[in-house]
Design a protein around this ligand. Structure first.
Ligand code: SF4
Length: 241
């Protein structure tokens, strides 16, 4: 049976089972949460900061253009600062979080797009969603699991499943395998479920976050530009992350 033929798992339900099993009286477990950008992490952080002491792990060598990488990182940092201000002040306004929310840390890995380019060599012209993305997910989730083991995190996971364009089955399978190899628990998830993607758009508006319209690598950017040119005159550009 190939991975694509494997029965689909409900990763949102698996996450909820873990959350239900946590002891609210005990100290919250730690979670190293890989994140690609502020908008994708907005809902995941709002949701999970009640349950975990989260460190956002910013490891995205797939964002091949330096300026874009720095812009997304700065937005991630700005969002985390805003969430931490809510915790410090005990004021949550329209947030779904309550006074049980924890502060969030961020850990940025060294930025080296050459590592990504090496991984996907020969796959530059594949469409988004194909084998190039599998390599890209594996690169980022492997590093996440290794870092979680190195820092002694209780769990590791990623925000990537929030995107309707990303295959949550594939991401979770890769994440589980990487975590198992490193002896860390993988926190399953499919964050687009339960209106998570919709909420991420609302939160991006609330925090005035920059929302890019392509995934990250220069190949996805070119694919996006080609699609925009093809649609020129008939459709506007849509948000797409
Ligand atoms: S399209 Fe996105 S997930 Fe796929 S290889 Fe490029 S950056 Fe990675």
């Amino acid at each position: 049976m190939t991975p694509s033929q494997a029965p689909k798992k409900n990763y949102q339900r698996a996450l909820e089972e873990i959350l239900r099993g946590l002891d609210p009286e005990a100290e919250a477990p730690t979670l190293l949460l890989h994140s690609c950008c502020g908008p994708c992490s907005s809902y995941v952080l709002e949701y999970l900061r009640e349950y975990f002491r989260i460190t956002v792990f910013y490891y995205n060598p797939n964002i091949t253009e330096d300026e874009e990488y720095r812009k997304r990182l700065a937005e991630e940092q700005r969002l985390i600062a805003a969430y931490n201000a809510q915790v410090d002040e005990g004021v949550f306004g329209d947030m779904h979080s309550t006074g049980r929310a924890h502060r969030i840390d961020i850990l940025e890995a060294p930025y080296d797009p050459e590592i990504y380019l090496e991984q996907v060599r020969g796959m530059e012209d594949l469409p988004e969603g194909g084998e190039r993305c599998t390599k890209c997910f594996a690169l980022r989730l492997r590093k996440t699991a290794e870092t979680a083991a190195a820092v002694g995190a209780d769990y590791c996971s990623t925000t990537l499943t929030i995107s309707p364009l990303k295959d949550a089955q594939r991401l979770n399978r890769i994440g589980e395998a990487c975590a198992a190899r490193c002896g860390v628990r993988w926190l399953p998830g499919d964050f687009k479920k339960k209106d998570g993607y919709k909420r991420s758009i609302e939160l991006s508006r609330i925090f005035d976050l920059y929302r890019q319209d392509y995934c990250g690598c220069v190949f996805s950017k070119r694919e996006r530009e080609r699609a925009d040119r093809a649609a020129a005159g008939t459709e506007g550009t849509a948000d797409r992350i």
